[in-house]
Write a protein of this length. Sequence first.
Length: 455
Amino acid sequence: MTRPDSPAPQRGAAATVLLVVFILIIAAVIAGAWYLRPRFEPDPPVVTFSSAADVVGRAPIEIEVSDPGSGLRSVAATISQGGNEHSLFSQQFAHAGPAQKITFAATKVPGIKEGPAVLRVVARDASLWHLGKGNEAVVEKKITIDITPPTLELVADDRYINFGGSGAIVYGASPDTVRSGVKIGDDFFPGFKGVVKGHPDEYFALFAHPYNAAPDVRAALVATDQAGNTRDMPLGYELKNVRYKKSTIAVSDHFFQTKVVPLLLDVSKRQGSVKDVFVAVDKGVRKQNEDKIHEVTSKATPKVLWNGAFVQLSNSKVEANFADRRTYTYKGEPIDVAYHLGYDLSVTKHYPIEAANSGIVAFTGDLGLYGNAIIIDHGLGLFTLYGHCSQVDVKAGDRVDKKQVIGKTGETGFAGGDHLHFGVYLDGVPVLPVEWWDAKWIADNVTPKLEGKAR
């Protein structure tokens, strides 16, 4: 029989204590290893370039250096050319440093010249790997320095442009050109190569002087090469004034409840004042609709899909004009102002809508204020829009002919009565539709340039 004070229980207790201590030591080792794990990571820093181009010029190049494991200890970037090394960036960190972005343009580097060069980035991380020296990444990229912009030659232009209307030019650009066209303000109208008959190396561009551009602003022909070097050539044309109308539209309670309120999908915003709700629709929803139209009409097909003059909806009467400045009032008080970017055409209720010219259907669907809508791509950045449809008989991707029936007029969206809203867009910019209905204007300003006869 074991005595109560025998050493066996004491030995058992000591063993338990030793086991607990051992477990704690193991846990501490594991915790320490886990804590120090990032400091011992074996992967070198990561170096990425914003552009894969091998030609560097006036356009800024961005280099990003990062180390998601232990952080950075040092970063250096240089350009070597003709035995000379030019420093772009150099930074050391006392502790783990954050990711670095290095932005430079070749034209800003003193002593740099056109020709071959080597871009070199050396980065070391703060890891304790390699006996505390860390991991090193060395990235070299052979590049060509090019700071000479492309050349441009204007072959044919337009002497007169309607304010809010369209123009057409033919031009030549040097072979290093990767992007060219006409720029006015924030709007860009691309040029298309290979569409001018008999002159496969020349470019053709349609452009607009937007209705909302300042009268003293003028368009410029621009060309950019792979290195980001850009040359611009101002276009000399006389801007013909077009008087756009101003109108006042009274908003009735019936129109507000049946046409305005349903367009505000956020139900919580329908509880505000008439002015607040109207502005939320006329400004907010309208911008969403116009952004969608801009998205669709900015995707140009690089060839001509139309044939001759565009046609106005048969038997229709113009009820409202392009770029009308509309002041909306409620009970005699102004509540908002907006521009009407098309023509309102009316005939009879649910009248068949005809395609203004041949092309490919680019969009069908609900466009808020424009209701059920159709957009047709006519090529070279030219599009037509048909709004407020009660019926749509085509779908995106369908090819349509001039005067083909594509739907029926209606009063969907922001329409106060049955009619067709007809708009013309050029590379996302609304333009004066009446020019494209004018066979003489097209024959004088567009056709000769496409046929290579305007020199």
